[in-house]
Design a protein around this ligand. Structure first.
Ligand code: NAD
Length: 357
């Protein structure tokens, strides 16, 4: 018998090629008059375009977003928002830029309008992360959930294929863990399975034909579903490993997800048969699941040309014992109990870039 709790996250999503043209109307809908536009230094030109489109409703551009939201960056951005008397943040970029918007919203309650340009999914979640003295602390707070999200596939056309591939694997990881989440529910599971299908069927084309707008739009649709999954249910071993190991050894976020995912799925394979069947079904349309969910995901990673080994991300073999110990700390839900030796082996396989299993 089914038994579940489902809480939807209140956000408005506008999705279509050219949706950026709706920006003015969406800002008006929020009742904002002085929006601070956020970006990374690399995406300054996009932020300036947004600022131009906003005209007198733009309070200015702040282009200092960097990976993992260092507290110093968050504080400087908060001060800038205050100084400019901003009443809203428009974040254009990936998880790093949207994360900076969340850090501002956390203390000021300014609404966020997010314009995601990667597949990471942060725009759909009430999860924030701030890094202080080398430690990234995450939390959930409804104030940081973007009120409006504009998904415009045209904005992903400039995303280099290597970032697109690993960012897409990051999105698939949200869907995968949603399927065996402790608080999984039928709606989120539908979104998760459809998200894996959309991403795994489109990402290979995104990589092989970078100008294919339809493939990018399908991947962005999958990323929306993935973000909604992450925002709705708790995650497990895979996200814990990426967070602790990635944080402790300063590994790049999306690539770490891409490397670890098939191995985490292999670890949980026997303990979550329904989830594994759904992952297999979602991958089947792309001909990826012949040998099961874990090898299907490994085959997808291979096809996308993303890194397959932690050693290629700069991790040292001597660090694997400590990484396994870190993964055992602060117990958390996982369908299979955490076993040090098996997690150490998982990390060894991921470090070597071996096919799981
Ligand atoms: P990112 O935001 O760090 O972007 C990576 C690089 O790609 C940046 O230089 C960025 O400017 C560039 N870029 C982004 N979109 C581009 C485009 N369309 N064209 C050209 N360049 C583009 O990468 P990410 O993977 O999106 O985000 C990673 C961060 O997000 C991590 O810190 C992670 O922890 C966080 N995250 C948070 C959540 C959440 O719910 N809180 C969810 C997922 C990720």
């Amino acid at each position: 018998m089914k038994s579940f709790i489902y809480a939807s996250q209140p956000s408005r999503v506008v999705f279509h090629a050219g949706a950026l043209d709706q920006l003015g109307a969406e800002i008006d809908r929020l009742g904002a008059r002085r929006a601070l536009v956020l970006s990374t230094p690399e995406q300054r030109a996009s932020a300036e375009d947004v600022s131009r489109r906003l005209g007198s409703r733009s309070a200015g551009v702040y282009d200092r977003a960097v990976m993992h939201v260092p507290i110093e960056t968050a504080q400087a951005a908060r001060a800038r928002a205050k100084e400019l008397n901003a009443d809203c943040c428009v974040a254009i970029g990936g998880g790093s830029t949207i994360g900076l918007g969340k850090a501002i919203a956390l203390t000021s309650e300014l609404p966020i309008l997010a314009i995601p340009t990667t597949f990471a999914g942060s725009e759909m979640t009430p999860i924030f992360g701030i890094t202080e003295q080398g430690q990234k602390k995450t939390g959930r707070d409804p104030r940081v959930l973007p009120r409006t999200v504009i998904y415009d596939p045209l904005l992903t056309m400039s995303l280099p294929v290597n970032i697109a591939g690993s960012s897409g694997m990051n999105a698939i990881a949200h869907c995968v863990e949603a399927l065996y989440a402790q608080d999984s529910n039928p709606i989120t599971s539908l979104m998760a399975e459809e998200g894996i299908r959309a991403l795994s069927s489109s990402l290979p084309t995104v990589v092989s034909k970078p100008d294919d707008l339809e493939a990018r739009a399908e991947a962005l649709y999958g990323a929306w579903l993935a973000g909604a999954c992450l925002g709705n249910v708790g995650m497990a071993l895979h996200h814990k490993l990426c967070h602790t190991v990635g944080g402790a050894f300063n590994l790049p976020h999306a690539e770490t997800h891409a490397v670890i995912l098939p191995h985490a799925v292999h670890y949980n394979f026997e303990a979550a048969p329904d989830a594994m069947a759904r992952i297999g079904r979602a991958l089947a349309g792309s001909g990826l699941s012949a040998d099961g969910a874990a090898s299907g995901l490994f085959a997808l990673a291979r096809k996308l040309g993303v890194p397959l080994a932690l050693r290629d991300l700069g991790m040292k073999m001597e660090s694997l014992d400590e990484a396994a110990r870190l993964a055992m700390q602060n117990p958390y839900y996982n369908p299979r109990p955490l076993e040090y030796a098996a997690i150490r082996q998982l990390l060894q396989n991921a470090w070597e870039g071996k096919s799981p299993g």
